[in-house]
Design a protein around this ligand. Sequence first.
Ligand code: FE
Length: 217
Amino acid sequence: MKRILTLALLILTACSPAASETAPAVAASLVPTMAPTPNSTAAVQVESATSTPVAAQPTADSFPALAAPACTGFTPENQEGPYYTANTPERNSLIEEGMQGDRLTVIGYVLDVNCQPIANAWLDFWQADAIGEYDNAGYILRGHQFTDSQGRYQLETIMPGLYSSRPIRHIHVKVQPPGGSILTTQLYFPEQPIEGLTLELTQSESGYQGVFNFVVR
Ligand code: FE
């Protein structure tokens, strides 16, 4: 009987509150070691969400679909004219607030003699405004840019107006591949085409879109 009582006492002691409190103590000791893991994972996720993929996507998405280039010889030179201004601002869009005119986007590649895209080629555009006037004091409708890693450029502008001394719609441009020579030429429109220098032009609700690939030396 005494042994049974002793045994019962031992069992009671093992199941007493004092014994069961050790379990939360152990669990509590696990919490600090577990807690940093979800926190650090969250931190990594936030970091990765704000780094490369987010920055890369708008560039790819904002570029209109462009057919694979086909090359038929070098792009011809064309007269520079009297209105070139050097040291233009670097920008893809020449459109400024309040600017009049029909929207025009010109896209394409800069390509080498083997029809391979040239990354980081310099393009400097200048043109007349919607009523055929150049800004010869500042940089309105003037700007340079560089082709992207796939050799593409994209110009946001307006349809150039006609001016009395040259009644043909055109956009002036200089193109230079890295380490190469400068091609000075002009882009024309299908209404008055010039061989080798005419944009493929389409029109949609958002404006005109022109495609032109430069092949440079
Ligand atoms: Fe001109």
